[in-house]
Design a protein around this ligand. Structure first.
Ligand code: CLF
Ligand code: SF4
Length: 297
């Protein structure tokens, strides 16, 4: 229910299928896959598919131009009246492709000003873009934060590429984490709703995610979404190849329960693809393929 959520926040939450458990039965979201590049490497990523920030291995996702993305939004909006949110969540990191990502948001706002804009990022360059995000009326930003301890981070991220330089190991994880937490604080300060996604990796960061939960809560994050590592050799992730397992549903629930009370926990995430369309749990992306969108030219 609405609980203790302030009125202004409730306005942003009530129609968003990810931010409100109730809304996800009634409202749809779509992603437009306009962002191919990434500026970090996660051991669980499979670049052949979508950003595992928000994705399940599936078919190779589309790469749309901003113009094609806007056209796709129009096509989906006229077919699925429950559409309330358009997100950019990959296939790489949206903020590693800032021109494409921001141009897309601009065009969508022109053609469909009522749709809410949503952005999902690893957070490395988020602090550099807060003003633009605010200016473009993006009300919802998700940061994937898997650690607040660089020693743990070094096991998850082999490298980052930051300000024209490659960093590895603990140094890379420290920069990434500083930037992510700074991003959370800046979003809160600007009144942009911030959701944290964390990938639960047994034996690496499982118990540590309780620390992450506390760190993001006091910096002003609104919602925490812990998702299970999807790891298997056939999906080709470094973790999958090393035999790293994902958590069991029981382990997931126990961790979510330990975090509950600190802040709102999201428990209905469907780990969408970067080109997902429809209600959560229903994937209608096949109806709106790049081919079909291009044919609308
Ligand atoms: Fe997309 Fe993410 Fe916005 Fe939702 S998905 S960018 S916040 S509109 Fe939602 Fe999908 Fe889970 Fe993401 S169910 S993977 S949390
Ligand atoms: Fe892959 Fe996303 Fe991590 Fe980049 S941030 S390496 S695209 S999972």
């Amino acid at each position: 229910g609405r609980g203790d959520i302030p009125a202004e926040t409730w306005e942003k939450v009530k129609n968003h299928p990810c931010y409100s458990e109730q809304a996800h039965h009634h409202y749809a979201r779509m992603h437009v896959g306009v962002a191919p590049a990434c500026n970090i490497q996660c051991n669980y990523c499979n670049r052949k598919y979508d950003c595992t920030n928000e994705s399940r291995p599936g078919v190779v996702s589309e790469r749309l131009t901003p113009e094609q993305a806007a056209r796709k939004v129009m096509a989906v909006a006229s077919t699925i009246p429950q559409l309330t949110v358009v997100g950019i969540a990959g296939p790489g990191d949206p903020l590693a492709n800032p021109e494409k990502t921001f141009k897309t948001f601009e065009l969508i706002h022109e053609v469909a000003p009522d749709l809410k804009l949503c952005l999902s990022t690893n957070g490395l360059v988020l602090p550099d873009h807060i003003d633009t995000i605010k200016k473009l009326n993006v009300d919802h930003v998700t940061i994937t934060i898997n650690m607040v301890d660089p020693e743990i981070g070094a096991k998850i991220y082999p490298w980052i590429f930051y300000r024209h330089k490659r960093y590895t190991g603990i140094q890379a994880a420290k920069i990434l984490n500083d930037r992510q937490l700074q991003g959370v604080e800046m979003l809160a300060k600007h009144g942009i709703l911030c959701k944290i996604n964390s990938v639960m990796i047994p034996g690496i960061n499982d118990q540590h995610l309780i620390e992450v939960n506390k760190a993001v809560k006091w910096r002003g994050a609104f919602l925490h979404n812990i998702v299970p590592l999807i790891s298997s050799p056939e999906h080709g992730t470094a973790f999958g190849l090393s035999g790293q397992r994902g958590p069991t549903p029981g382990e997931m629930k126990a961790l979510q329960d330990s975090c509950e009370g600190e802040m709102h926990m999201m428990r209905h995430c469907r780990q969408c693809r970067a080109d997902a369309v429809g209600l959560l749990g229903e994937d209608r992306s096949a109806e709106f393929t790049t081919e079909k969108i291009i044919q609308m030219d």
